[in-house]
Write a protein that binds this ligand. Sequence first.
Ligand SMILES: *Cc1c(COP(=O)(O)O)cnc(C)c1O
Length: 427
Amino acid sequence: MNHFNYTDGVLCAEDVPLPDIAAAVGTPFYCYSTATLKRHYEAFAEAMDGLETLICFSAKANGNLAVLRTLGNMGAGCDVVSGGELGRALAAGIPASKIVFSGVGKKADELRLAVESGIGQINIESEPELERLNEIALSLGKTAPVAFRVNPDVHAKTHDKITTGRKEDKFGVAWNDAPRLYATADRLDGIDVRGAAVHIGSQITDLDPFEAAFTKVASLVEDLRASGIEIQTIDLGGGLGVPYRRDNDPPPSPAAYGEVVKRTVGGLGCTIMFEPGRVIAANAGVLVSEVVYVKRGETKTFVIIDAAMNDLLRPSMYDAYHHIRPVMEPRPETDLQTYDLVGPICETGDRFAQETLLPPATEGDLVAIMSAGAYGAVMSSNYNARPLIPEVLVDGGEYAIVRKRPPVEELWALESMPEWLESSTDN
Ligand SMILES: *Cc1c(COP(=O)(O)O)cnc(C)c1O
């Protein structure tokens, strides 16, 4: 469910017509819906009723400060994967105690920042990381709250690039090594062992891999307790999939996922932590773009829009499907045309949709690329010297620009000429 619907023939974000925003901020832009973010967060939280939980929204899915604040105001914490994201979460006003830090390659300065900030939990992914964190915590006269992210060797049955819980993947500590690492950590004065963590991948649309992974974690927690190590938190990561296509079966609901959680780890008396990203944000955002040209090729007709793969990487990176909607609602009797929807970048992969049906397109038309609220703006780049595009947050009948379009000069503001080139512009 989302709050992007046609009202009087015009696609709106909640109560705001998208053409109004386009006229004010220019295209392309990202538009997020507060009501949708809240609804998704609530559905997730309600699915876990009866459990002691901490829901840490994954900032890497959408790190905009206003999005983080919206969710933080509802009680969410944050899952971060870099010092930069930790800084973002803190800047958005998320309390450090509700932040969990994941990632295989946390550098010393990032770990130091985390310990100094009073972070809630650091999910350790290797023995050298454990040793480094211990040294840092001791040097600061603190103890670092820690969970081990374990690799349960479960295939999440999702896209190969976003499955993270097989033993050949780089993530987590090896399953069979976990008991030894917990025993080691328990003896370190800079480390406070608190929990166990897993995250097996993203866009997971089958509950079985979750069930398999969570069952393994439950048995690990029982074994650790039997060996005298106290475990207070279980972090189940993120990964629940969302409907990108209307014609496929919908992915499992948060409620069905919640049943798996309760059945597997619900009886252990732990605080259950979650790191959902996509399921909260994906369908709470759209990318709005304008048609630049309609170009008839020999076998295909291309609708060339002003958004490109640098703005939304998912189609070219993961062959991801995004539903495209015309911003002006087509009349029921309209003859739909078959188009390829492409961006202006010099790469064949710069394509948002192949052979999609749309009403006859003309220059200046607006289209909405749906389900772009997660792994959209955060993955964008300046490729082809294209400035990052604005982000707009709607709440009811109001909207605000929550990231403005930078001046193009900002692209090279940090560049400089070496001395030997400084006076050579005259030839
Ligand atoms: C990416 C990531 C998430 C979020 O995954 P979603 O599929 O967006 O829910 C959570 N935890 C970790 C460690 C991640 O890397």
